[in-house]
Design a binder for this molecule. Structure first.
Ligand code: SF4
Length: 257
């Protein structure tokens, strides 16, 4: 299997069976986040295209062994919305596996035509927002194309207007943006999000995570939201990946997503 991997333990999605519709050998992303566990972005992409054919996905789904999973999650070595056939892939996975579908996105392309429609086929969308202003966006997420926080927030708002499923906003806090929780909470207020995930990079990466006490203080800025969790409050389900090598490529050391 080169497209389907896991299951991996996810701190908000339980046992998560991954589908990687970008599935290139090098990390392919529209961001180059300073905290990325996958290393530097080698393939710097902002144009949507087909990386993996739907036929290849069907073939892997047809050969999938019996798997216990709580979610099928579109994620992988890069940004899943770069795959132009994401919407069709979600429909195929839904029809074949009958497991709820989640997508983890960095939100960078949500303002583009077609991306929201593709994402709206999922049951859960976890959208990243780490920066309340363009300066921090360029320090933390380092987009590989011209992008502003206004474009990102506009994209998330228009997505919410067409999406009846669960929208979670995930914010990765590190030393660079830790003081910006009030501004980020103000932005999240405009999304009618169902959940806020207060995260810090616990997997090996060049940036030090914040400690549980710091993350707890940050969480206090988000208490008005219905569901708000920090990564330190999460429990880890026990999972055994089908193919440890393919899983390790997307989730080094099989840490939480
Ligand atoms: S968006 Fe995700 S995959 Fe892309 S650079 Fe950031 S953390 Fe890495």
């Amino acid at each position: 299997m080169s497209i389907i991997y896991g299951p991996v333990p996810s701190w908000r999605l339980g046992r998560s069976l991954g589908i990687d519709m970008v599935s290139t050998h090098a990390k392919t992303c529209s961001f180059d986040c300073v905290y990325c566990q996958l290393g530097a972005t080698v393939s710097r992409q902002s144009e949507r295209k087909e990386f993996v054919s739907l036929n290849s996905l069907r073939q892997e789904l047809n050969h999938l062994p019996q798997i216990k999973a709580d979610f099928v999650t579109f994620s992988g070595v890069g940004e899943p919305t770069l795959a132009k056939n994401l919407g069709a892939a979600i429909e195929i996975a839904r029809r074949t596996l009958h497991i709820p579908i989640a997508v983890l996105t960095n939100s960078s392309l949500m303002h583009e035509p077609g991306v929201c429609e593709d994402l709206a086929r999922a049951d859960v969308v976890v959208a990243k927002l780490d920066a309340p202003d363009d300066n921090l966006l360029h320090l933390v997420n380092r987009p590989v194309f011209r992008l502003t926080v206004d474009q990102i927030t506009e994209g998330i708002r228009s997505f919410r207007s067409i999406f009846a499923g669960k929208l979670a906003i995930q914010i990765m806090f590190i030393n660079t943006n830790r003081q910006k929780a009030p501004e980020l909470a103000e932005l999240v207020r405009g999304f009618s999000a169902d959940e806020v995930q207060v995260n810090t990079p616990l997997r090996p990466c060049p940036v030090k995570p914040l400690n549980p006490n710091d993350l707890d203080k940050i969480k206090r800025h988000f208490l008005e939201f219905k569901n708000v969790f920090t990564v330190y409050e999460a429990s880890k389900p026990a999972v055994t990946p089908m193919d440890p090598q393919q899983t390790e490529r997307r989730r080094p050391e099989a840490q939480q997503i």
